[in-house]
Design a protein around this ligand. Structure first.
Ligand SMILES: [Zn+2]
Length: 238
């Protein structure tokens, strides 16, 4: 299968579904990552947006060496401004093209109600555009596809209002997930400045909490997006 992760920021795939992606990869599936922004305001130590974006895209590719098995051509940067992603014609088109590009059987993304702005907007764009995958008259530079991917929405930071519907046991892949996350050096450092716990600690606590809920050591939580014609198959989660 083709597995597509559409995330708002370069470190989100590792944080929210890295253990699940590693399980897909181990099972022989092909993993693709599309990032709606390159996180170009996510730093206090870099001088310009361009500089932060370049650093963070490099970190995304470094993380992807682990998560997608080293294939940089399976990472797509949509390059909207961090904290500036909106529901525009341009953004809808870019998200649709990313979905068609990967020809996915499964899509993983943010919940549309995620309170973090770019997270929620990315989830909204994906859930709104999935119906246009086969539509030839919707403007796009990538041709329509006939696949009907299952769309799963991942957890929010620290749980929030998220109600899990399915859990993926990532106990065996958790250490490698954390190693991939730590390749986002600028973010681990920046988050460490203003969070009580740093990014790795936050990740461990979230995955341990979801693991406790479902009776394993570490887990990632998801719910399914349901819309006519694209009903999700929960059995496609690892
Ligand atoms: Zn994020």
């Amino acid at each position: 299968m083709h597995i597509l992760t559409i995330a708002a920021h370069p470190d989100d795939p590792e944080l929210f579904c890295g253990g699940t992606l590693l399980r897909y990869l181990e099972a022989g599936h092909e993993v693709f990552i599309a990032l709606t922004t390159s996180g170009n305001v996510g730093s206090t130590t870099h001088e310009s947006r361009e500089e932060i974006a370049a650093v963070r895209e490099g970190e995304a590719l470094a993380g992807a060496e682990v998560l997608v098995g080293g294939a940089a051509e399976r990472v797509r940067f949509l390059r909207f401004d961090d904290e500036g992603l909106r529901d525009t014609e341009e953004a809808r088109r870019a998200v649709l093209e990313a979905m068609r590009w990967a020809e996915p059987d499964v899509i993983l993304t943010h919940h549309p109600s995620d309170p973090s702005t770019d997270h929620g907007m990315t989830g909204q764009l994906v859930t709104r555009m999935i119906l246009s995958l086969p539509a030839p008259l919707v403007p796009a530079s990538v041709p329509p596809i006939d696949k009907k991917p299952s769309l799963f929405l991942w957890d929010v930071i620290a749980g929030g209002e998220f109600r899990p519907e399915a859990y993926v046991d990532i106990s065996a892949s958790f250490d490698r997930k954390l190693a991939a996350l730590e390749r986002h050096v600028s973010q681990v450092s920046w988050m460490g400045e203003f969070m009580e716990d740093g990014l790795p600690e936050l990740t461990r606590a979230m995955n341990r909490y979801r693991g406790m809920q479902c009776g394993v050591r570490y887990a990632e939580a998801f719910c399914a997006h349901r819309i006519h014609g694209f009903m999700p198959d929960l059995k496609l989660l690892p």
